[in-house]
Design a protein around this ligand. Structure first.
Ligand code: ZN
Ligand code: ZN
Ligand code: ZN
Length: 303
């Protein structure tokens, strides 16, 4: 009898846990994806040959099973496959399209997937798209994005830096400004708060020194921090000066956290890998990084 009671309790607890909001990673590569257009170097060779080694462009799904809702972060060139990946990983228990799409900035890997929602493809109805003011203006003014707005395939939603947006009870998204090459729009990072976990999402940023927040403090304050890992080190760029590369090298980020506790370092999950970054494919390099307590974000995993 006692055993039965314990079993019932266990089932109830795990059912409750299954209802908790979580983040599902739908892509980890830099804007150009992996393998990369035109690359016949050793970095991409194996991914051309073996489709299971391919990685989609950086994207997250925020899922609230209790409310049967979900939100997509970034509309990437791989959105077709990513929506399928989401449906299969969640046993088709949610709507095919998300309850909203959050976009960080107007570089091709982060927003051009919206085109699949237009007349020529899905012809969706009023999908909410959350963007900061300059990015909203970009969508409103420039075709083909303005056509998505006019034909009501998407509905632009107001988003302002440092203004928290409550999605469902206890699930809150707060955008903040991030320094980056801002040709067409500003660039956002997102803090995602759920009743159990806090997440930070900064897929693209110039050097940490230009960031108005202290990244070490920001990481300490969350459970999981998905951070820009475009390049591991200067070795990947034989023809460019490291100081001119508008990304924090993974090696620089690791240096910044070297005196932090193992607990803090383990909160960092690197993401947004350029095809040249050996963290995508080199087992030895990956192990060396993980031995120091850091993590590498994996596509199709829950966090
Ligand atoms: Zn990017
Ligand atoms: Zn390559
Ligand atoms: Zn960018």
């Amino acid at each position: 009898m006692k055993h039965l009671f314990l079993l019932a309790l266990l089932i109830l607890c795990s059912a409750g846990y299954a209802q908790q909001p979580y983040v599902l990673v739908l892509g980890t590569a830099q804007d150009g994806g992996y393998p990369h257009i035109g690359c016949e170097q050793s970095c991409c060779e194996q991914a051309w040959d073996d489709v299971t080694k391919r990685k989609f462009v950086v994207s997250l799904a925020l899922v609230d099973p209790g409310q049967k809702k979900w939100w997509l972060f970034e509309a990437t060139p791989d959105i077709k496959e990513q929506l399928r990946l989401f449906a299969s990983k969640t046993n088709h228990e949610f709507n095919f399209l998300p309850d909203g799409i959050f976009i960080t900035h107007a570089h091709i890997g982060h927003y051009t997937g919206l085109m699949q929602l237009g007349k020529e493809a899905l012809n969706s109805k009023n999908v909410p798209v959350y963007a900061l003011p300059k990015l909203r203006l970009f969508f409103n003014v420039h075709g083909p994005w303005s056509q998505l707005v006019q034909t009501k395939n998407i509905r632009l939603q107001e988003l302002n830096e440092e203004f928290p947006l409550t999605l469902t009870a206890g699930v809150i998204v707060t955008p903040f400004k991030v320094p980056h090459r801002d040709e067409y729009s500003e660039t956002a990072g997102f803090k995602i708060i759920t009743p159990q976990k806090r997440y930070l999402f900064i897929p693209d940023i110039d050097k940490w020194a230009k960031f108005e927040k202290d990244i070490v403090k920001e990481v300490r304050a969350v459970d999981v921090a998905f951070l820009d890992a475009t390049f591991l080190s200067g070795d990947e760029l034989s023809n460019r000066n490291i100081s001119e590369v508008p990304h924090p090298l993974v090696s620089e980020t690791m240096e910044l956290f070297k005196n932090e506790s193992n607990d803090t370092r383990s909160k960092i999950h690197f993401i947004h890998f350029n095809h040249t970054n050996p963290l995508l494919y080199d087992v030895g390099v990956r192990k060396k990084l993980m031995d120091q307590g850091f993590n590498i974000t994996e596509q199709a995993l829950r966090y």
